[in-house]
Structures are given as C-alpha cells and as structure tokens.
Design a binder for this molecule. Structure first.
Ligand SMILES: [Ca+2]
Ligand SMILES: [Ca+2]
Ligand SMILES: [Ca+2]
Ligand SMILES: [Ca+2]
Length: 410
C-alpha cells in the first residue's frame, strides 16, 4: 500500500516549516496521518529509550553509544546482556561476533562461533567500534557494570536479557548485580532500571527471582488479549515492533494494565506515527535526534539534503542491473550541496556510498543504488551483489562527513 508522507521539520522557535516531501512509500502499516503540529509537549512526552545505547550514531552496545544515549537526555538507554564462557555478564547483541567486531583478525575461523563461547579475556581482545567508523577504533565489548557507570538518575538503563538460552543462569546474575552492586542499586532506587526480553520463560524466571524490578515482555507481534493478560501476571510492560502494531493491540495492552513500548523507531515521522497509535514508550537508534524532535527543536541542524524515499523491494531481484533497490536523495536547500562520498547506513549497518563528482543543485535528486548499473547525473550504482534494504521495512541514515543529514524509515 502506498501512502503520502508529510515530513515535519521544526525550524526556529518562531514556528514550524512544513516541507512536503510527499514520497510514495511501500508499507504494510496503516496509512499515516498528516500532522500540522510537532509531536508532544515536554509535559506529556513519551518515554524515550536509546536502542543499544544509540546505535544510529555510535557503535552499538559500546560505552561510546551509551554516552550518546546519556547526552540525548533520553529517559533510558538500552543494552543487551549475555554471559561469557566463564560467566561474566557482557554487552552484545548478536549471537556471533562477525558483524560488529574484528574477530576475523583476532580469532580467524571463529567468526561464526557463538559469542557466548568466548571467555571474557577473549572478548576483551576484540574491537567493537571500528566496524561503525574508524574514529571508534579501540571501543571494547563492555561489562554489564560499564552501563551503570554511564547511566544517571536522568538516563537509566533498559537491560535486555539477550538469547538467554545461550546464557544459562543470566537471570540470577543480573538480579544479583541489581540488588548488590551500589552502582546498580541507586539506579533501581531511582526507578531507572527495567529488565526486558523476548523469552517468556526467562522473564518468568527473572520475575520470580526479583519481582521488585520493572519487567518488560518483548514480542514481534502483540498476541491475543488472553495472552497479554497472562503477561500482566509477571510483567509491567510490553514492547513490540511499531510496524506490526494495530489499534486493537494498543487497546489490548492498555486494557491489561500494561505500559506499551515500541522498537526500533528511527525517523521522527515514525515516532509521530507511533505516538498517534497511543504508545507510551519509544525505543530508537537515534535518541539525540528524536529527543530534539519531541522538544520541537531542529532535528538535523544545518542539513541540506534529505532522504526522500527508499525502494526496498523492487519488482524482480533487488540487485538486478539498473533497476534494483535504491535510496532517493533530494537537495531541499537553496544552495548546491556536494554529496560526493556521502554515506547511507541502514539499520543493520550496511553501507551505501555516493561516488565522486556528485553536486546536487537546489531541488535536484539522486538515486543511490545497491546493485550494478551505469552511473548518470541522477543515479549512482554501488555495484554490490547483495541487497541492503530490508524488504519488510528498514531505516536509512544519510551522513555527509561527520554530519547526520536525515533519517528515513519505511
Ligand atoms: Ca535489545
Ligand atoms: Ca557489579
Ligand atoms: Ca524484489
Ligand atoms: Ca531489499
């Protein structure tokens, strides 16, 4: 289904400028309303959570990302905890080190081994920052306690117990830390800790061990009301994918007396869409930018180019020559902008680049393709053999040098 998307860019305190980007977007979710006003006043703002710290602006699940989460002034930053082979709680999302570390250099042949098969000492030999940008080279895989050191009574921590089947006993380890380590107990006392997970059995174990800690059941799709009611016996909140959420889901979760959160809500437009559905909490890879949005401030100050659209799943192969998946850039400023070398990053950190010599005149557009083709003034081809954009919906961020220009989600 295609719908028209109205982009809202807050400009100055004097008011808002409506920029009509009117991109046609393929999307399974209900049609998005058009909005004439900014999101929310501070007094009724949603709970804002930085995903994996702030995975859109720094390497996920590293201290650098936690610091971006804290700098945003969000209510929480989120982390993923697992247990090393020798029982140390560490922060890492994936089941293997392949995507976000230099494992192929340090432990050749172990790229696809379970991350939980590494000892703490081995994990500390991995670089967890350079995959995102060379300026983060040297970032290590954090210990659970490193998150508490960055958190404050303003910006607390959502602790996701990640793949607990791979980390037997992790519920007890986390509960013990929250109860016994002063770095954590003061955050618990300030109501700035929530534990969450997709694994219902693990959540029930955690609730039995530490019923005093706020607990969230994660689910990719909200189930029938009877199941939601059963979750209310041990959980305080439900977290789900905003792309699957329906008004009936919202009514069911709230009817069960539970708080409703959504992930991973990356563009301001997607945040607004979620708020219009009635969610209470929003988890985003871009907490700095979406906090600005919620506060009515310029979201991408100084930006001249926007992401006007993304074609995730074109007819036929997504990396077919000439007509594969692409991201559409548009110069919305009054001056020409050199986009040579610009980077487009999707939610999984796949990267498209713009080649040299691309200067966009005011109003000009450029399609940046993942696959092969013949470059022209309106099209640049990365020549890759694998698709980048998730066909079920993705988000993409545009960087020119160190400046984040825009984030688009579909
Ligand atoms: Ca997580
Ligand atoms: Ca500790
Ligand atoms: Ca396709
Ligand atoms: Ca695709």
């Amino acid at each position: 289904m295609a719908y028209r998307l109205t982009r809202i860019i807050a400009t100055t305190a004097a008011g808002l400028m409506l920029v009509t980007a009117t991109a046609a977007v393929a999307h399974a979710a209900p049609a998005q309303k058009e909005h004439a006003l900014p999101a929310q006043k501070a007094s009724d703002a949603p709970i804002l959570i930085g995903h994996r710290g702030a995975a859109g602006t720094a390497p996920e699940n590293t201290v650098a990302a936690f610091k971006d989460g804290r700098a945003s002034g969000a209510d929480f930053f989120e982390i993923d905890v697992q247990l090393s082979a020798d029982g140390v709680p560490f922060l890492f999302h994936d089941n293997t080190p392949a995507r976000t570390t230099n494992v192929e250099e340090v432990f050749p042949g172990r790229e696809n081994d379970p991350i939980t098969s590494f000892t703490w000492a081995e994990l500390q030999q991995l670089d967890a920052g350079a995959y995102f940008d060379e300026k983060y080279e040297g970032e290590r895989i954090p210990h659970l306690d490193d998150a508490a050191r960055v958190a404050t009574v303003k910006t607390g921590v959502y602790i996701e117990i990640k793949a607990p089947v791979n980390s037997p006993g992790v519920e007890q380890v986390v509960a013990d830390e929250l109860r016994n380590d002063p770095k954590w107990t003061q955050l618990v006392a300030a109501d700035k800790i929530q534990v969450l997970g997709f694994d219902e059995a693990s959540n029930r174990r955690f609730a039995a061990i530490a019923p005093e800690i706020e607990l969230q059941q994660l689910t990719s799709v909200v189930p029938a009301r009877a199941v939601v009611d059963s979750w209310a016996t041990f959980a305080d909140s439900v977290g789900t994918n905003y792309r699957t959420l329906t008004p009936q889901n919202v009514a069911d979760v709230k009817g069960a007396g539970l708080i409703l959160g959504v992930y991973t809500v990356n563009s301001p437009e997607a945040v607004q869409y979620s708020l219009d559905l009635g969610v209470d909490a929003v988890t985003t890879d871009f907490p700095i930018q979406n906090q600005r949005f919620l506060q009515g401030q310029p979201v991408f100050p100084g930006a001249g180019v926007e992401i006007a659209d993304a074609a995730n799943n074109v007819p036929g192969d997504d990396v077919q020559p000439e007509n594969g998946e692409y991201v559409l850039l548009r110069n919305t400023s009054a001056a020409s902008v050199d986009v040579s070398g610009a980077i487009i990053r999707d939610a999984a950190n796949n990267i498209l680049t713009v080649g040299q010599g691309y200067v966009l005149a005011p109003g000009a557009e450029l399609r940046v393709y993942a696959g092969p083709g013949t470059n022209s003034a309106e099209a640049y081809y990365n020549g890759g053999g694998a698709s980048v954009l998730n066909n079920g919906g993705d988000s993409v961020a545009l960087w020119i040098g160190p400046r984040l220009q825009d984030v688009f989600a579909n």
